[in-house]
Design a protein around this ligand. Sequence first.
Ligand SMILES: [Zn+2]
Length: 247
Amino acid sequence: MNKRTEAIVLSNTPLNEADLIVTYLTKDSGLIDVFAKSPRKVGSRFGSSLEPLTYSRIAYIGREQSNLPRLIQSDIIRPFHSLRESYRLFSVLSEALELTKRILPKHLPQRGPFQLLLSLLLSIESGKDERKQLIYYKLKLLKLSGFAPGLQHCVRCGKETSRFQLNEGALLCGDCSEGDGDYIEIEQRIKGLYNYLLKIRPAVLDRVKIEDSSLTGLERVINSHINYNIIERKLNTHEFLSSLKRG
Ligand SMILES: [Zn+2]
């Protein structure tokens, strides 16, 4: 089966001497891995189109659910050179790409994440504040993938609380929390900012002014939640599965 779609490169991993496995976020098939034959050879028809962040129109063959479909065409729509050339911007975006790879299931045809990532790249390329754009991207991606914590009330009893219990990924008041798992206190204004940003569209974000201290507060909550519940948990699952294979 021959499939065509628009796609953004999240990463590429060398395989054998000259081949690559390219991880894409696609417009029509979500997150996919494809096999690219010999792109690392001089004069490859894929040229520089497999660099992370590149936005292309691609074609591949093979069933998506089979191990690795094979890339047969990749034409650049927008290279996003300037984003790769700036160390600062590329570091910011690497965080976004890594989270995207970890949080989304493979082969889930869902357009939201693709549009969100494209909008992030275009905004940062046009010089918009990358810190604000990145936190907005993280929030929206958490929401689209079902990992956005509700920051209103205690999830058990509904009481007002500022206590964000990390292992629950949720607000949990002192009475309802069992034991002494890690938690952080969230100020009311940070909750307000979080709930507001989750609601608005990217076009509205441009007109929103966020104080540095609020941005820092929000980053602390979101990054802790991501590290605790998405990055570390998945790593542990991965290590557990590897140990089963070894054993
Ligand atoms: Zn409670």
